[in-house]
Ligand binder design. Structure first.
Ligand code: GDP
Ligand code: IMO
Ligand code: MG
Length: 412
């Protein structure tokens, strides 16, 4: 029953999409369990570049079923658009299963996000994800299971139009009913289907969205997303016990980025940060916003490991560090004068954290051509070993470029 969770270890955009797609070549199922179209997961292969918001990255492989579990906030318009884009890239149609218990993102959720000002205050992705999860908790959400009842759909939209305003309910209701007709045979009991696949010994990948530091509870609250982004999200959002998850792969960039507001101790607003942004093409896959950049934060990474108990790390975008005279890593924080390895819950305290850096030797040359560990310069290998040792987790995958072939599988 190999369940494999792929979890963002930082603030998102760690290259989870690429890692999932790489691993899914041999997988039977790939499950998104949290988040919605706020995610932007990039896969680059011979068909081109796919920017996925809802379709699980593994489902690009024929033979790997894609599941959107109940924890996903599902925007049907985004899903249809994404399927059209994949078809335009001449990719085979993904074999999808949509949980009947998943909540829908409706047009008014985006309106609410703007009206309430959360979009500006937190720097959200403006995809209506937060308001949809709010409706779910407020017990007034619309779920996929409800779409089979057209009267209920119309009533729901009319009630929302009275409460929120700003949109005409009937055309939206009609589109939802059309969506239901198109996907009826793919809406079902996702949890049981996943459970059965695991029981039959199939390989199931759980594809996390966002990252540990954006988790609603474990992240830098309130500058977080509104779902469970860690390995615990597998039970939260797919209803699968984490004892089914054999491998927990933490995906971490070889440096750190963040989009949106909130504390970021190793952020570098100077030339070093700019160098990482340009070298790593650090612009959001969902919103196009420039990502904030800085050195690798081992305090944050160890914190992510304590929460997720990673069995492996995938260290991505190592190529971006090539050509630097030295590479810095944050090995501890200094908060109010005292050195600490604690990742504070209080964002005020975190904002006061000053990184304690260690400088490691840099390396030259194009590591993108590397296909095994031995092809990497000694200083790059040293960097990888330093990170593995500092976190206490083996690095089993190394990213040396955006294309799927630019992945070193360095074994377990
Ligand atoms: P995700 O949200 O975690 O799936 O990550 P994103 O797709 O939002 O961001 C990762 C970006 O880095 C994408 O543009 C990828 O194509 C790119 N990428 C992934 N792995 C590597 C790598 O090893 N090296 C480089 N240079 N780019 C990478
Ligand atoms: P992937 O899956 C990076 C950030 C937003 C904002 C905060 C809340 O591609 O790694 P939201 O729209 O979720 O209410 O915004 O979370 N955020 C992400 N940052 N990668 C993501 O997804 C993100 N999804 C949300 O920028 O700071
Ligand atoms: Mg992304």
């Amino acid at each position: 029953m190999p369940g494999i969770a792929v979890i963002g270890a930082q603030w998102g955009d760690e290259a989870k999409g690429k890692v999932v797609h790489f691993l899914a070549r041999d997988a039977d199922m790939c499950v998104r369990f949290n988040g919605g179209p706020n995610a932007g997961h990039t896969v680059e292969d011979d068909h081109g570049t796919a920017r996925l918001h809802l379709v699980p990255a593994g489902a690009l492989h024929p033979g790997c079923r894609g599941v959107l579990a109940h924890g996903v906030a599902l925007d049907p318009w985004v899903l249809e658009q994404e399927l059209a884009e994949l078809a335009a890239q001449r990719r085979p149609e993904p074999d999808l299963l949509l949980s009947e218990r998943a909540h829908l993102i409706l047009p008014h959720h985006r309106l609410i996000e703007e009206q309430e000002g959360t979009a500006g205050r937190l720097g959200t992705t403006r995809r209506g994800v937060g308001p949809a999860y709010e409706d779910r908790a407020a017990r007034r959400g619309l779920r996929l299971a409800d779409l089979a009842d057209p009267d209920l759909v119309r009533e729901h939209l009319h009630e929302a139009a009275r409460r929120v305003g700003g949109f005409t309910p009937d055309p939206i209701a009609s589109e939802l009913i059309r969506f239901q007709n198109r996907f009826a045979d793919r809406i079902g009991d996702a949890r049981s289907t996943i459970e059965q696949a695991l029981a039959a010994g199939k390989t199931v990948i759980f594809e996390g969205a966002q990252g540990t530091l954006l988790d609603l509870d474990f992240g830098t609250y309130p500058y977080v997303t509104s779902s469970s982004t860690t390995v615990h999200g597998v039970s939260w959002g797919a209803g699968i016990h984490t004892d089914r998850v054999e491998r927990v792969i933490g995906v971490a960039k070889a440096y750190t980025t963040r989009v949106g507001e909130g504390p970021f101790p190793t952020e570098d607003r100077g030339p070093a940060g700019e160098r990482l942004r340009q070298g790593g093409a650090e612009f959001g896959a969902t919103t196009g916003r420039p990502r904030r950049c800085g050195w690798l934060d081992l305090v944050a990474l160890r914190y992510a490991h304590r929460i997720n108990r990673f069995t492996e790390l995938a260290l991505t975008k190592l190529d971006v560090l090539s050509g630097l005279p030295e590479v810095r890593v944050c090995v501890a924080y200094r908060i109010d004068g005292a050195r600490t390895d604690r990742f504070p819950a209080s964002i005020r305290e975190l904002a006061r954290a000053e990184p304690v850096y260690e400088a490691l030797p840099g390396w030259r040359g194009d590591v993108r051509k590397a296909r095994s560990l031995a092809d990497l310069p000694a200083a790059a290998r040293h960097y990888v070993a330093f990170v593995a040792d500092a976190v206490g987790v083996p690095v089993t995958l190394i990213g040396v470029g955006p294309h799927e072939v630019d992945t070193l599988n360095v074994g377990r």
